[in-house]
Design a protein. Structure first.
Ligand code: URP
Ligand code: ZN
Ligand code: ZN
Ligand code: ZN
Length: 484
């Protein structure tokens, strides 16, 4: 059964033009005028864009004594409802657990996915087993990205020597290092002081994680990555202090990318001073929301290209789960939702305001992500041969965001009451129409795992595992920046 998307305007990261798109077997097979097919999708008045890719989600993740509430079922349905057709989730080994063992858990959970997906691997501890298994993860499993937590002391945090050893291993495998850049030691100290002074409410979370802890960690990660010769991707870049470090590194020719979240772009720190404890706790995430100056810096980064992608870090907890932190902000599960809202919120606050062009919108919501993560042009493109992951975007369609109507399993929405203009008319996942005018027709299990091979290693192979290695002069990885 062939399908054709007719009468729309194709918008990719580099082009805007009128043409029909012919789909067969889940792929784009032809682009041009007057194409015919078995069924027709009318895109009159709409933009035909690559489906969004969210490079940062935590679905059904064990974290802070509980599990994030959206799983691969509700999470990927929420994604499709908002025009996102691929998510990249974090496989998270508990400290001491093998990487391959953790991946089995993620393989099991993800069988429910309604859209395509991939994994990043988290490095939560360091040892011979992790060193050895990294090779299988990269070469056999097609996972080329590994996240290191510089925060969450006593839980997921890795030390600098571990990070340096891991980064070197990734360099030789041609993989990319990811960091959650916050100085966990300083956060722990500030948190303890705040609690001792009686500051137990959600605003304490923001006070305990000032922009400097993020700026310091970002600078440190950049320097360690440079010494190890590995490209670096800084997740949830929330402030100028971190953005400045990324900007400078890129100017110096380092392969460093920054990922602001839609939440940090559109919500500010005043949310934590709301008198309603639930309201503030629901917005507790790391890093916390910042002030307007930091927001302006993030928008400027997207405009100039010093920041590359927009994600959600979707890690949703119900109000009941958040309430485990009543009386102690350090026990509030960290994370917010956004999968369903990233595309409409970024369009409304970015494209409709003139801050971003439509092509920049596509770049930061899909094309740049696919290029960095190495699944372009299978994903992130409207091209013959690409997967038919497509959103038919209606710039006139409006709604008010409300938890009552969302797909996500949680009982609130951090964007509650926001009016958005620009929504999917259709969302297609590998040619299958999953969303038609707000009606969800997604299929559990339709989603497939997307392998993302390394781009090519240049560093000399390490002869053997080294728990801690002395700095050695190596060139930077030759992974091409792909213009992002
Ligand atoms: O608060 C956050 N960001 N929760 C999710 C886990 C992480 O740090 O990415
Ligand atoms: Zn993180
Ligand atoms: Zn995260
Ligand atoms: Zn299908």
């Amino acid at each position: 059964m062939t399908k054709v998307i007719k009468n729309g305007t194709i918008v990719t990261h580099d082009l805007t033009y009128k043409a029909d798109v012919l789909i067969d077997g889940g792929r784009i097979v032809e682009i041009g005028p007057d194409l015919k097919a078995d069924t027709q999708i009318d895109a009159t008045g709409c933009y035909v864009m690559p489906g969004g890719i969210d490079p940062h989600t935590h679905l059904e993740m064990p974290f802070m004594g509980t599990y994030s509430a959206d799983d691969f079922d509700s999470g990927t349905r929420a994604a499709l409802a908002g025009g996102t057709t691929m998510v990249v989730d974090f496989a998270l080994p508990s400290p001491g657990q093998g990487l391959l063992d953790a991946l089995k858990m993620w393989d099991n959970k993800s069988t429910r996915a309604h859209c395509d997906y991939s994994f990043h691997m988290a490095v939560t501890w360091w040892g011979q087993q992790v060193f050895d298994e990294m090779e299988t993860v990269v070469k056999e499993r097609g996972i080329n990205t590994f996240k290191h937590f510089m925060a969450y002391k006593g839980a997921l945090m890795v030390q600098d020597d571990e990070m340096y050893a891991s980064f070197q291993r990734l360099a030789e495998l041609g993989a990319i290092a990811l960091v959650h850049a916050e100085n966990g030691d300083v956060v722990a100290d500030l948190s303890a002081k705040l609690l001792a002074e009686g500051n137990t409410g959600p605003e304490g979370h923001a006070y305990s994680r000032p922009p400097q802890v993020e700026g310091e960690a970002t600078n440190r990660a950049i320097m360690i990555a440079d010494m190890a010769g590995v490209p670096l991707y800084v997740v949830h870049t929330s402030c100028e202090d971190s953005h400045e470090a990324i900007r400078r590194a890129r100017q110096q020719g380092k392969r460093v990318w920054g990922e602001p979240l839609i939440q940090h772009l559109t919500l500010d720190e005043s949310e934590y001073f709301n008198k309603d404890w639930d309201h503030a706790a629901r917005r507790v995430m790391s890093p916390p929301f910042r002030n307007k100056q930091h927001q302006d810096s993030l928008w400027a980064g997207l405009q100039s290209g010093s920041l590359s992608v927009v994600a959600t870090d979707h890690c949703a907890f119900t109000t009941a789960q958040k309430r485990t932190g009543l009386g102690d902000f350090t026990k509030i599960p960290n994370g917010t939702g956004g999968l369903e809202d990233r595309m409409p919120m970024l369009w409304t606050h970015g494209v409709a305001t003139g801050r971003l062009t439509m092509n920049e919108f596509v770049a930061v919501t899909s094309a740049n992500i696919a290029k960095i993560l190495n699944c372009y042009p299978r994903k992130g493109a409207i091209r013959v041969g690409s997967d038919a992951d497509i959103v038919v975007w209606d710039p006139e369609k409006e709604k008010t965001i409300t938890a009552d109507k969302q797909v996500s399993a949680i009982d609130y929405n951090v964007f509650e009451g926001q009016q958005v203009k620009g929504l999917p008319r259709f969302t297609l996942t590998r040619g299958h129409v999953a969303v038609h005018d707000g009606e969800l027709r997604a299929e559990e299990g339709h989603g497939q795992f997307v392998k993302r091979p390394p781009k090519g290693a240049v560093s000399k192979a390490l002869s053997s595992y080294k728990a801690i290695t002395a700095p050695r002069p190596v060139g930077r990885s030759g992974i091409p920046a792909s213009g992002v």
